[in-house]
Write a protein that binds this ligand. Structure first.
Ligand code: 7RM
Length: 635
């Protein structure tokens, strides 16, 4: 037996040891017993972290949508697969059964085929959190097309970059989206993006807000009439285990976003297995992850992981503050939600509001509550534990990344004792290592270093789309034969892990990863700007906020500084999106630089955090005098 469902701490340790001693035996049993295959693998694992190259279940044949949909039809075809809760509560929820999902996915898949999409083609999806979003991912997977979802909060510029990088010929979008009391003109954003995307020949448009949009003849088509005419049968394309399933972009510390490539079999096995264990999902549970499907959390733990387990997964279109700050809890009560998975930034935002918004609702259905996206601070952890979990539902603080595909370090609820701010123990099959600056592994407990993983797990991203060298440089070069996460972590006396945060130039703002370089590029596009540097500083809701130091070409240009600040943020909104706007902008006559010309961000970070002591050795700077000027003008 494969221990698919871990129930005790001793069992966890036993299975963990097995997964480390005999990883291939272990992952073979999991794959064999819990999924359907057209053909089994020839080899469970091939790996080489130096090349790097990783293959799981090589030779196996499958289609992930058969595992996520078809195989549930006979026993639980009428069970709700997707429970859609719209932005406006008065619109009423939609229950989409597995049978209905099957039909909708097949029809959508046929529409894609009719529009020339073939196995291996890339399809860009730019949709709000409506059922078509989940359906479109699965429709791509049905026919072996590679989906590339772009979060619908990104700007036209960011969208165009992603469309072109993966050479998408087709874009799926909607007329617009609802966001609380506002609407957003998604189709307008797509239209602007496509001015720079000559390769796109087709745009399929879902109708959501019934706005008056322009349809470009020969390129744009309304989705619904095509779906109405499509056949509800679509034979799944039989895929190889290592065929790409999707591309998802994530920001790096430098350069353009990285298109992380996830493949089929390993991703399926790992997301399904982690979903089952991290949320202790049982037959009739209603599971809700508040993330957007535009991020990896939504891919793995709204769509693929839950559906592979035949779960009911709730999809929420709206925001936590609309119609009021009680919305999350109203939804939990209304649908008797059993597992609730959200981000620390949402917890902190809600903790600021009146407790009455939480107390008003019956949250007794909750069994497990989760956190993801950034370190959860102690205060937020306690608020969540006391007011949402009522000190009885364990908090699963799940650490993982776009690149890891699934949860890597996390408590298993009702199994692993939790401590605030600790992600606790590695999941089955995950072998973490903490490294010192010299590249030596820190053995034993009570150590702190850079977090690496020394052995492959099934859902590790296999490459960066179109740039394998960058994949190697970013993840496999800092430490020999190890995957480097970019995070720091400590291991306490009992072997528990606590993630301390990024050690590179990625800043996590409200749970969104932002690279400093693209933001600086956007600022530097402003005519008045000579150069700039972005750092993060602590913010009580967002976790981190952005602080920009901006050097102007002519000092006098800051005569109307507030206006200039607005223009700079406008540039950022255009190039990246509103999530990357700066909270503070300080104009400076120069930036502290090393003799080799590198900006000393360490100093700028301290100043932004109002920590003016211990700025470290500034004598090696090219321009040490600038530091005092920057301190004097700091906000
Ligand atoms: C799932 C996701 C990845 C980065 C990662 C960390 C940070 C995520 C936690 C966390 C502390 C956590 N993917 N991070 N979860 N830090 N505790 N539980 O967020 O690619 O968007 O971000 O997020 O820095 O490297 S992601």
């Amino acid at each position: 037996m494969s221990n698919y469902n871990i129930k005790h701490l001793e069992e966890y340790f036993k299975v963990y040891r097995k997964s480390v001693r005999e990883p291939e035996v272990f992952w073979e049993e999991i794959a064999e017993e819990h999924f359907s295959w057209h053909k089994k693998w020839d080899k469970v694992l091939y790996w080489d972290f130096e090349k790097p190259e990783i293959k799981w279940y090589e030779g196996a044949k499958l289609n992930i949508t058969e595992n996520c949909i078809d195989r549930h039809l006979r026993m639980t075809g009428d069970k709700t697969a997707i429970l859609f809760e719209p932005n406006n509560p008065d619109e009423g929820a939609q229950h989409i059964s597995y049978r209905q999902l099957h039909e909708r996915v097949n029809k959508f898949a046929n529409v894609l085929k009719d529009n020339g999409v073939r196995k291996g083609d890339r399809v860009c999806i730019y949709l709000p959190m409506i059922p078509e979003l989940a359906v479109s991912l699965l429709a791509c997977a049905r026919i072996g097309a590679i989906h590339s979802v772009v979060f619908a909060g990104f700007s036209s510029n960011a969208l165009a970059t992603r469309i072109n990088d993966s050479d998408c010929k087709i874009v799926i979008t909607s007329d617009g989206s609802y966001r609380g009391a506002k609407t957003i003109d998604l189709k307008g954003i797509v239209d602007v993006a496509l001015e720079d995307c000559p390769g796109v020949h087709t745009v399929l448009v879902a109708e959501r807000i019934h706005s008056d949009i322009k349809m470009k003849p020969g390129r744009d088509q309304w989705l619904q009439p095509l779906l109405d005419q499509a056949s509800p049968e679509c034979e799944p394309e039989i895929m190889d285990a290592e065929d790409p399933l999707f591309i998802l972009y994530t920001s790096g510390s430098t350069g353009k976003p990285k298109g992380m490539v996830h493949t089929t079999a390993g991703y399926m096995v790992y997301t399904a297995y982690t979903f089952k264990n991290m949320f202790r999902y049982e037959e009739d549970d209603v599971y809700w992850c508040t993330a957007d499907i535009g991020w990896i959390t939504g891919h793995s733990y709204i769509v693929y992981g839950p559906l592979a387990n035949g779960a009911t997964t709730l999809m929420f279109e709206g925001v936590p503050s609309y119609p009021d700050y009680g919305r999350f809890w109203e939804i939990v009560e209304k649908h008797r939600v059993n597992q609730f998975y959200t981000a620390p930034t949402a917890i902190r935002a809600l903790a600021k509001e009146n407790l009455g918004y939480v107390e008003k609702y019956d949250l007794s259905s909750l069994k497990v509550i989760g956190s993801v996206g950034e370190p959860i601070n102690e205060e937020a952890w306690h608020w969540y534990n006391d007011n949402v979990g009522k000190k009885k539902s364990p908090i699963v603080d799940t650490w993982w990344q776009t690149e890891t595909g699934g949860i890597m370090i996390s408590p298993i609820p009702y199994v692993t004792p939790t401590i605030p701010t600790y992600a606790t123990l590695p999941f089955i099959g995950v072998q973490p290592a903490l490294m010192d600056e010299k590249g030596e592994e820190l053995k034993g407990n009570q150590v702190e270093g850079r977090l690496c993983i020394k052995y492959p797990w099934p859902s590790i991203a296999r490459t960066i789309w179109g740039n394998h060298q960058r994949y190697k440089d970013t993840y496999f070069s800092a430490f020999a034969k190890k995957y480097f996460t970019g995070d720091g972590a400590l291991r306490d006396a009992t072997g528990y892990y606590r993630i301390t945060g990024r050690v590179d130039d990625v800043i996590i703002v409200s749970g969104h990863n932002l690279g400093t370089a693209p933001i600086e590029d956007a600022i530097n596009e402003h005519n008045a700007v000579a150069e700039s540097a972005i750092v993060g500083f602590p913010h009580d809701i967002k976790g981190n906020a952005l602080y920009g130091y901006v050097v102007l070409k002519e000092a006098g240009a800051a005569r109307n500084p507030d206006n200039l600040r607005k223009e700079i943020n406008q540039k950022i909104t255009e190039r990246i999106g509103p999530i990357a706007k700066l909270d503070k902008i300080q104009f400076a006559t120069g930036l502290p630089k090393t003799r080799s010309g590198k900006i000393m961000r360490r100093i700028l970070r301290k100043i932004a955090a109002k920590d003016f002591t211990n700025l470290g050795d500034t004598s090696t700077l090219l321009n040490p005098e600038i530091v005092q000027e920057i301190i004097d003008n700091a906000h």
